[in-house]
Structures are given as structure tokens and as C-alpha cells.
Design a protein around this ligand. Structure first.
Ligand SMILES: [Zn+2]
Length: 294
């Protein structure tokens, strides 16, 4: 458990070590988060801390599968629509992000890397569309194999075909692990319409996200505050309004969270982090092997 976002990234390595890793065929993992309000109990860097914690797990899982990976320091000036009218929620134009991504991809190529796997730590649709666009731009300007690791539900929500060359989609049914992607990167409203679908939606700084923060950055959770927060008890219709963003979102969730933070638990967070790392590692290995054969 660490709150150091450089921990285990290539920023801790020397250039000799990075150079050697490129020569050894290491792949790169790169998370795209945002600084954004996360209610009265979670830090504004939640969408950066969580994907970094996840990538450290993914890196370990890949090592167990015989794949060397380096973690790139996180990108954290993302796109904010939903929380756009809250303090400490910064907004960057998509074109700035796309161009920055393409420049950094070119640098990776110059260093001799071949494959980059991008992850999102933030659910805003425009944020995720922008990452996908940046990957496409990088693909035009380099020979790198670039992809966005996302679940089928997010692809659907963004209107991206499942056979899109620039996405890596984990296999399998929507399990506990996929909930991380589903909720963190898209939303729980999209894929499930069965009887087990919860009546209330938990999408932002609620139960799932607070659980994962307890599991990965507990020292930053205002736990005494968290335990006093009431469930928002908002459903899919409220979510649709909230997603319009800015003042609509602030009116829907005046305290900033959307869900049930008091119901969070360390155990749930540990379980989600673990399974989301495993399925991501499996999907990455599958793509690596497919590229080797091609
Ligand atoms: Zn978040």
C-alpha cells in the first residue's frame, strides 16, 4: 500500500534500466486519470491513485505470466464534465490531451518499445473517448501497437466496436472484477437489465470506489467522515441527469458522491482490485501472443 504515484513506475528507474527493458521486449502500462472532487471523504487524486495501484498489481500478474512490463508515470490532467462545477476538478481540452499522448507515444517508439496498454481511472465519457482518440492519433504517427484496456460495457457506451484494433477487451462474463471497469470506466447502468441489477446506482466516490481506496490508499480516506455519509439512493434516471455534468451534477449530488460510501469495506476493495488486475493481465497476454503470431 502506497500513496506514491511514482512507486514502481519507470520514473524510479535509471535510463540504463529503461533502455535494457525496451531491448528485452517489455510492454508499457499507462494510466489516464484526473484530479477531481470525490466527495467529502476521498482525495481529489482518487482517479490517479486507484489506477496506479491497479497497474502495480497488473505488472505483478504479468510477471507471473512471463511478461515484463514497465509502468509509465500517470497522466492526470484529464477531462472533467460531470464534476466540472466543483472545486479542484480540472478541465483540459481533449485536443491538448490527444497531442500530448501522441508526442509521448513517439518518445516510447524512439526508445524502442513496441506495445503500450492504456488504462482509464475516470468514468467521464469524454475523458475515455479522448484517450481512445489519442491512441488512434498515436497509431497514425508511430508503428507502435497501442490499445486501451476497457470492458465491453464501456466500449458500448462510447460507441466503439468490440473488434476495434485499438482496444483490448478482457474476456468472460461480467464478474466481480469486471465491475471495476464497468463502474469505474463506464457505469453500472449500461449492461445489466436483469433482476439482480441494483435499484440504486453507485458510480462516484460511493461503495466500490471507497472500498478500493481502503484497499490501496487507506491513509487518504477520511474514514470518520465516510462512515457518516448517507447513501444517495439515486437511480439510473438521476444518473442520466448527473452525466449532463456541471450544475446538473452539482444539483443532483451536492456533496459530490453518487452511491453509498458508508457501505464500503476493505475486503470488497481487495477482492475487486485483485480480480480486475488478473483479468487485465490475461487480456494483455492474449494480445501480446496474438501480435507475436501475426
Ligand atoms: Zn473516481
Amino acid at each position: 500500500m502506497t500513496t506514491d504515484i511514482f512507486a514502481d513506475t519507470l520514473a524510479e528507474m535509471t535510463w540504463y534500466e529503461v533502455d535494457q527493458a525496451a531491448k528485452d521486449g517489455a510492454v508499457l502500462l499507462w494510466a489516464f486519470g484526473v484530479i477531481e472532487q470525490h466527495g467529502p471523504h476521498l482525495p481529489t487524486g482518487t482517479d490517479v491513485y486507484l489506477p496506479q495501484a491497479r497497474l502495480r498489481d497488473v505488472k505483478r500478474e504479468l510477471k507471473d505470466r512471463g511478461v515484463q512490463a514497465l509502468i509509465v508515470p500517470p497522466y492526470y490532467w484529464g477531462v472533467n464534465v460531470v464534476s466540472g462545477s466543483f472545486p479542484a476538478s480540472y478541465r483540459v481540452r481533449p485536443e491538448v490531451i490527444r497531442e500530448l499522448m501522441a508526442d509521448v507515444f513517439q518518445s516510447f517508439e524512439g526508445d524502442g518499445f513496441k506495445q503500450v496498454f492504456c488504462f482509464s481511472g475516470h468514468g467521464d465519457a469524454l475523458h475515455n473517448r479522448t484517450i481512445h482518440d489519442g491512441i488512434k492519433l498515436g497509431t497514425e504517427r508511430t508503428k507502435l501497437d497501442l490499445s486501451f484496456v476497457m470492458d465491453a460495457a464501456l466500449a458500448k457506451r462510447l460507441g466503439i466496436a468490440l473488434d476495434d484494433a485499438n482496444i483490448t477487451v478482457p474476456d468472460g462474463p461480467l464478474n466481480e472484477g469486471l465491475k471495476f471497469f464497468q463502474i469505474n470506466a463506464s457505469s453500472p447502468s449500461s449492461p445489466q437489465s436483469d433482476d439482480t441489477a441494483p435499484r440504486y446506482v453507485d458510480v462516484h466516490a460511493g461503495r466500490w470506489e471507497s472500498s478500493m481506496m481502503l484497499a490501496s490508499c487507506a491513509s487518504l480516506v477520511r474514514d470518520d467522515v465516510r462512515k457518516t455519509l448517507k447513501s444517495t439512493d439515486l437511480g439510473p434516471d438521476d444518473l442520466a441527469v448527473w452525466r449532463k455534468g456541471y450544475l446538473e451534477a452539482r444539483k443532483t449530488t451536492p456533496l459530490g458522491y453518487f452511491g453509498d460510501p458508508a457501505a464500503a469495506s476493505l475486503e470488497e476493495g481487495v477482492r475487486n482490485m485483485k480480480s480486475s488486475a488478473e483479468i487485465a493481465a490475461d487480456a494483455i497476454v492474449k494480445r501480446i501472443r496474438a501480435k507475436e503470431k501475426a
